[in-house]
Design a protein around this ligand. Structure first.
Ligand code: HEC
Ligand code: HEC
Length: 358
């Protein structure tokens, strides 16, 4: 008897490592709610709240855990080392006083990507609010503002999950303890102090800005784009690449815009050579929003460095602080100091105020 002919397996488009791509993949391409839940026989009985919902270390919240078939295929192996392409997701729900569940507040997970991080066995973490933006803590603060980025290869998620010693999965870890008495506390992010050296170290070592998202390309006017991620600047013959940290990214689409504290925007400047290629980067400039730093300039601290980390010193006065020539021009953008997607932005720069000497 002939076997039924099986259709050839279709290669799945696996998502790239950006917040938007992963979000789209788990919601549209391969909706996670159609995946398997975490195998119930692997969940300790005292962790189960009801049906598929397990208690969480965050008091008063439960989660439902899903995994894609790549992860499921090796979940029983010991020692466990899930294959590349594995994705594990926890949907988080607060329990209401009447013991029913409130709406889902967070979709958090890990995605194993070859070559992404030797330190954390190639797990990239992510966490979203149900609309795909950055999640909030139960007290309403942006999670990122307290614990640091929730997206990437070096987040507070890793700091706790690596302790599971079970390829980053806690719920069936031999060390799992429903009282959570042995669980390391999440590590609050080191936010940089407002000194040139601290900000430089932060954006180069602690949270390298080159790992952040580029400024969302759909927000950059087409006539400002030079090539790929590079946009023209008001400095003739120079283009820039602009990066935003996840704190800034979380609110970049809000109107009116008021980015949360901890937001950092960095632009890298490159002169264009005669042959149309780029020379070495000449400056790294940006803004960092620090609570209480300057009411006059909506709490934006500006900075500008040469590539070796020294503070740039130009004709217009100091380029570090809360009252620099950077503010005098950027405040005119009326878009929480961001020019490139300001309604007033004009690629010819004819409407741009000239910088004021300090
Ligand atoms: C303080 C330690 C801690 C931190 C920080 C933490 N988790 Fe967890 N996580 C756990 C524990 C413990 C579980 C198992 C369920 C439970 O008891 O809470 C879990 C469950 C999960 C699960 C289900 C699979 C599993 O490991 O059991 C996912 C997915 C998950 N967390 C993702 C994240 C992401 C993403 C972050 C960062 C936004 C994060 N976690 C931060 C401790 C932590
Ligand atoms: C004469 C006005 C002017 C001055 C002065 C100025 N900028 Fe800008 N900046 C702009 C404009 C306009 C853009 C948008 C890209 C472009 O066309 O140059 C921009 C882009 C940026 C960006 C990318 C995000 C955005 O707003 O689009 C950063 C970061 C930035 N500038 C930082 C600085 C810093 C730091 C200083 C001081 C060292 C400074 N700028 C001085 C006008 C100015």
């Amino acid at each position: 008897m002939a076997c039924a002919s099986k259709p050839a397996p279709v290669a799945k488009p696996i998502p790239a490592v950006t917040p938007g791509d992963i979000w789209k993949y788990i919601n549209e391409d391969q909706p996670y709610q159609n995946w398997s839940t975490f195998p119930p026989e692997r969940v300790p009985a005292d962790a189960v709240w009801k049906d598929d919902y397990i208690n969480l270390w965050i008091e008063g919240e439960v989660a439902k855990i899903y995994m894609n078939s790549t992860a499921l295929s090796a979940i029983d192996k010991a020692p466990r080392d899930l294959p590349y392409g594995s994705i594990i997701i926890a949907e988080v729900y607060p329990i209401k006083e009447d013991e029913t569940l409130a709406e889902c507040t967070e979709i958090a997970g890990f995605y194993k990507v070859e070559g992404s991080t030797a330190l954390y066995n190639d797990w990239v973490s992510f966490a979203y609010a149900p609309d795909g933006s950055m999640p909030l803590l139960p007290d309403g603060r942006v999670m990122d503002a307290v614990y640091g980025p929730v997206f990437g290869t070096k987040t507070f998620c890793h700091s706790c999950h690596e302790a599971a010693e079970n390829d980053f999965i806690w719920i069936d870890s031999p060390k799992y303890d429903v009282e959570h008495t042995q669980m390391p506390a999440p590590v609050a992010k080191p936010i940089p102090a407002v000194t040139p050296g601290d900000i430089w170290n932060y954006i180069n070592e602690d949270q390298p800005y080159q790992d952040w998202s580029p400024f969302p390309p759909e927000r950059v006017p087409a006539d400002a784009v030079w090539k790929d991620d590079y946009h023209n600047t008001h400095l003739e013959g120079t283009v820039a690449k602009t990066y935003v940290n996840s704190t800034a990214l979380s609110a970049i689409d809000k109107a009116p815009r008021d980015l949360p504290y901890g937001s950092i925007i960095v632009a890298e400047y490159y002169p264009i050579k005669e042959d149309g290629t780029l020379a070495e980067c000449t400056a790294i400039a940006g803004f960092y929003k620090v609570e209480g730093s300057t009411a006059q300039h909506n709490d934006w601290v500006s900075f500008a460095y040469t590539p070796d980390g020294s503070v740039r010193d130009v004709d217009y006065g100091p380029v570090f602080g809360t009252k620099t020539f950077c503010h005098s021009c950027h405040e005119a953008a009326e878009n929480d100091y961001i020019w490139i997607d300001s309604p007033k932005y004009d690629v010819e720069h004819t409407q741009m105020p000239s910088p004021e000497k300090q």
